[in-house]
Design a protein around this ligand. Structure first.
Ligand SMILES: NC(=O)c1ccc[n+]([C@@H]2O[C@H](COP(=O)([O-])OP(=O)(O)OC[C@H]3O[C@@H](n4cnc5c(N)ncnc54)[C@H](O)[C@@H]3O)[C@@H](O)[C@H]2O)c1
Length: 256
């Protein structure tokens, strides 16, 4: 299928590994130019990468400088995210002091990206923005409350930005994974086991299997490639009437 993205420029934040990296590879396969940003270096970024910038999304000046150096873009993807590293059930297991960093990473960083690229997107007058959120942002998750709250905030900002950008023909959507086998989920597993006595600890695969079976009707992991497939579709003209939506790619965990 021709998604008509050939030659377009995409800025992706959080592109060195996991879901963001898979999204970068899919845009690369569509013949796009890529501007990538991550706090980790990527020694072999995908074909089509015109700029790879090491930086921290929580620092506005670093995101703004990336946007200035990349220049005009057609699409923006924010795939950075991360939890508190603590098991948040009950919520008082996570001290209030742990909230700020999680909100900065998952919400404020996305706001930085939206601000940094708003001038070039509105000038261009066509394009899309995609924020990677989570099913956790659509329920009172008992895993990591600051993470859930940050993702809920980003879902709300998606709708706000979708309305503001609509007159410029810029669509804004949120992609919501359920359980994808990446470093992020391994950290959630590690936090959940750390509080248990040795004899009650279970390995990563068993923990994931139980969690997925209990929550997702399709009963299987999602893959980074499945996230990437929906991301390129949402950027394409095939999705030209889709904006302000949270698209769940989660095996049926959340149903609206
Ligand atoms: N893995 C899942 O099951 C899952 C589920 C729901 C939502 N998500 C969301 O998907 C997105 C991608 O997560 P992932 O699973 O690929 O995780 P990941 O940890 O593999 O990737 C996150 C990327 O963000 C980068 N990053 C982290 N902090 C940064 C910072 N301050 N500045 C710049 N870059 C930074 C990391 O270096 C990494 O490349 C996140 O928004 C996450 O919340 C993941």
């Amino acid at each position: 299928m021709n998604l008509q993205l050939q030659g377009q420029t995409v800025a992706i934040l959080g592109a060195a590994q996991g879901i963001g990296r898979a999204i970068a590879e899919s845009f690369s396969a569509e013949g796009c130019r890529l501007g990538l940003f991550d706090r980790k270096a990527d020694p072999a970024p995908p074909t089509g990468t015109v700029l790879f910038r090491e930086g921290d999304v929580t620092r506005l000046e670093e995101v703004t400088s990336f946007a200035a150096d990349l220049g005009p873009i057609d699409h923006l993807v924010y795939a950075v995210g991360g939890g508190s590293g603590k098991f948040g059930f009950p919520f008082w297991n996570v001290p209030p002091s742990a909230w700020a960093r999680v909100l900065e990473l998952n919400l404020i960083g996305a706001v930085h990206a939206a601000h940094a690229f708003a001038p070039v997107l509105t000038e261009r007058g066509e394009g899309s923005v995609l924020f990677v959120v989570s099913v956790a942002g659509q329920m009172g998750s008992q895993t990591d409350p600051p993470y859930s709250a940050a993702k809920a905030g980003l879902i709300n900002f998606t709708q706000c930005a979708a309305k503001d950008f609509a007159p410029y023909n810029i669509r804004v959507n949120a992609l919501s994974p359920g359980m994808v086998k990446t470093a992020l989920n391994e950290a959630v597993w590690a936090a959940s086991q750390a509080r248990l006595p040795e004899a009650e600890r279970i390995d990563y695969e068993l923990w994931a299997q139980r969690k997925i079976r209990a929550t997702a009707p399709l009963g299987r992991w999602q893959t980074p490639g499945e996230m990437a497939a929906v991301s390129v579709f949402l950027a394409s003209p095939l999705a030209r009437n889709i904006t302000g939506q949270t698209i769940n790619v989660d095996g049926g965990q959340v149903m609206h």
